[in-house]
Design a protein around this ligand. Structure first.
Ligand code: NAD
Length: 257
């Protein structure tokens, strides 16, 4: 398996032990990465407690991705502590709850703005700040998390599907933009997993049932499976891969009838 010894990674998007970003933190730390983990203020205590279980101990910082000042402060601290950055994990996603139940045609201007800002624009904003720190290391790797709802209609996924489509397009444009500096940008498209973010989607359990019945592997996936794939994309083993969306969904995305 990939070796992250001597590599420094920034993980944005941990809220609980069920967070996919937490599984990526565990997968990379277990292979030797030194991590900086950020959290929204409401998860501060929990993320500090969780992080104590990681070896080596990560630096834990606040970061709301709607705040340019908080993002600036995180990267200033990473530069001060480590002088560079090797990888970035992007996990934030959010849409106001009412947008994830109402008919899609009721999507509000404000709900659309918030969903796209937090869930898609933040990848661009964080990547831009990571760029000089990765360049100083001779390159880097960025991974974000997406869902098949970017491409197909899932009940109640609504504006989050639009945000994921924007996110995946951003992966391709960032890959083209940053590739000449040896920075790779990829997404993992995870199958449905019960996390805090998923609990905001009305009827989420029935999506899990459909995957159990129809995915080629006849089961759902867990966060460790997504974490291991993300670790692969972040590692030198994936050095030839960029602009890619890699599915970890038990094969559900290939199914037709
Ligand atoms: P989660 O609730 O654990 O993670 C979502 C994260 O977004 C949280 O850490 C939260 O703090 C963060 N976040 C929201 N608004 C933010 C803001 N303004 N600033 C900073 N952070 C903010 O749930 P998760 O399922 O682990 O979600 C992680 C990613 O995986 C999301 O992009 C989600 O869309 C994606 N994903 C999830 C599933 C699933 O079924 N759970 C499937 C495919 C993709």
């Amino acid at each position: 398996m990939a070796d992250f010894t001597g590599k420094v990674g920034l993980v944005v998007g941990v809220a609980s032990k069920r967070s996919i970003a937490w599984a990526i933190a565990q997968a990379t730390a277990a292979r030797g990465a030194r991590l900086v983990i950020t959290h929204q203020s409401r998860f501060e205590e929990h993320v500090h407690d969780l992080s104590q279980g990681l070896e080596p101990a990560p630096l834990v910082l606040p970061c709301d991705v709607t705040s340019d000042a908080e993002m600036d402060a995180v990267f200033a601290r990473v530069e001060q502590e480590y002088g560079g950055l090797d990888f970035l994990v992007h996990g934030p996603a959010f849409a106001p709850r009412e947008e994830l139940a109402a008919p899609f045609s009721n999507t509000s201007r404000e709900g659309f703005r918030i969903a796209l800002d937090v869930s898609a624009y933040s990848l661009i904003a964080l990547s831009r700040r990571a760029l000089p720190l990765m360049e100083s290391r001779g390159g880097g790797s960025i991974v974000t998390l997406t869902y098949l709802g970017s491409d197909r209609v899932f009940a109640n996924y609504n504006v989050m599907g639009v945000a994921k489509a924007a996110l995946e397009a951003s992966v391709r444009y960032l890959a083209a933009d940053l590739g000449p500096r040896n920075i790779r940008v990829n997404a993992v498209s995870a199958g449905p997993i019960k996390t805090l973010a998923a609990s905001g989607i009305a009827g989420f359990s029935s999506i899990l049932d459909v995957y159990r019945q129809r995915a080629p592997l006849r089961r759902t996936v867990d966060t460790s499976e997504v974490g291991d794939t993300a670790a692969f994309l972040l590692s030198d083993a994936a050095r030839g891969i960029t602009g890619e969306v890699l599915f970890v969904d038990g094969g559900y995305h290939v199914t037709g009838m």
